[in-house]
Design a protein around this ligand. Sequence first.
Ligand code: XIL
Length: 315
Amino acid sequence: GLKYFGAATDSPGQRERAGFESAYPQYDEIMWKSREFGQTTPTNGQKWLFSEPKRGEFNFTEATIVTSLAHKNHKTLRCHALVWHSQLAPWVEETEWTPEELEQVIVDHITGVMGHFKGECYAWDVVNEALNEDGTYRSSVFYDTLGEDFLKIAFRTASKIDPDAKLYYNDYNIESPGVKAEGAQRIVRLLKDEGIRIDGVGLQAHFVAESHPTIDDHISTIKGFTKLGVEVAFTELDVRMQVNATEKGLVLQKEAYKNAVGACVQVCGCVGVTIWDFYDPFSWVPPVFPGQGAALLWFEDFTKHPAYDGVVEAL
Ligand code: XIL
């Protein structure tokens, strides 16, 4: 069975930046006080852009609002994300680094951020989204300067800084068999062959209701990872559709949620499921995929999607 079912969440400050009010008592009740979720992930606060906006100047204000609520309310914490090409502080991208300099930048970042939260995180997404859709490495300041050594540097450093945190590689479109999932397997082997610790692979699981993976796809992909000696988690599950949502869309969405949670329940080595927030208005989907939304389990009026029952049926 799963160790947790959780939902990512942002601090009120981060939500205000996105144009929302700061106080949502009904939201807080479900997120923190109810027993709906046993786990959370700070959606944005730990990312490089916010945690080290200038070199050597660390800022944990927004992240700590979420992590301290997690502790206070006894939620398991997944931490996210140390090395990622997106939401990266501009100073990292705007400088021409030698490989040695960039290695030091990565080591210092991981040391500062992971060190700050040492002992607090069940798991850390150490590297996020290093792959293209065809399974090759994505061009980024990290890969372009250091090649695949950046992965070794990141995981080697992380293993020293917090020995108790599970170290994850996290990516999207690796929830079904194919070249990108094989790319993620290659990363696991790359690190393990060097004797570098990697404990898990995170399947982001940002799905589309009309074309979601089958449960068998999930099961064989998860087993492909667990065979290599790592655990698996669904880390950012959501299922978007055209809005306004139709009944058909919501039925397909229910299937998609049920397949993901059901696969995780059925394969030993899949430890948990995190949805990427739970309340539709706070989803990342509408701003990024215009015309789409209704991707989570609670509608704007705080009624539940049919997919909520899909999750319950699968658990
Ligand atoms: C998203 C957040 O939800 C948004 O608030 C932010 O503006 C952009 O990033 N993959 C990831 C997450 O690993 O960190 C992303 O989160 C969604 C895609």
